[in-house]
Design a protein around this ligand. Structure first.
Ligand code: ZN
Length: 132
């Protein structure tokens, strides 16, 4: 896994090159690595990673989640557009079993689509213990 400093360098380059406020957090300090209905992932210029999710209380409000699980989800979903982000994901060790919920795919079918697995946050295996 690359360092947080290196991720901050990556994010600062993206922040500098951003062409629209829609690519940034509301305070302009973080680059949006993915955005979908109800959830967006951000990386700050300091290399911090967090999700912003609809809170619905009140409607239109958001809550930030910077837990390890949220960071993994932000990187997994962000890597669909920015494949280099996989360098900051936890590496799978040989002892890791496939996630039972998604059978190792990282995705769970819902109706006619799939959503990121909330058990492994898209890794496809049990994430390492949260050391944050
Ligand atoms: Zn899973």
């Amino acid at each position: 896994m690359k360092s947080r400093v290196e991720l901050g360098i990556w994010a600062r380059a993206r922040l500098h090159a951003a062409t629209s406020p829609a690519q940034l957090s509301a305070d302009g300090n973080a680059f949006m690595v993915y955005g979908t209905i109800g959830s967006c992932g951000f990386v700050t210029g300091d290399g911090d990673i967090y999700l912003e999710q609809d809170d619905f209380d009140p409607p239109g409000s958001f809550v930030q989640d910077s837990s390890q699980a949220a960071q993994i989800q932000a990187l997994v979903l962000g890597s669909r557009q920015f494949p280099e982000l996989t360098a900051w994901l936890p590496k799978r060790d040989e002892a890791s079993a496939d996630c039972e919920t998604c059978r190792g795919t990282g995705w769970v079918p819902v109706a006619t689509t799939s959503i990121v697995c909330q058990a492994c946050r898209g890794l496809g295996f049990e994430p390492p213990a949260d050391t944050a």
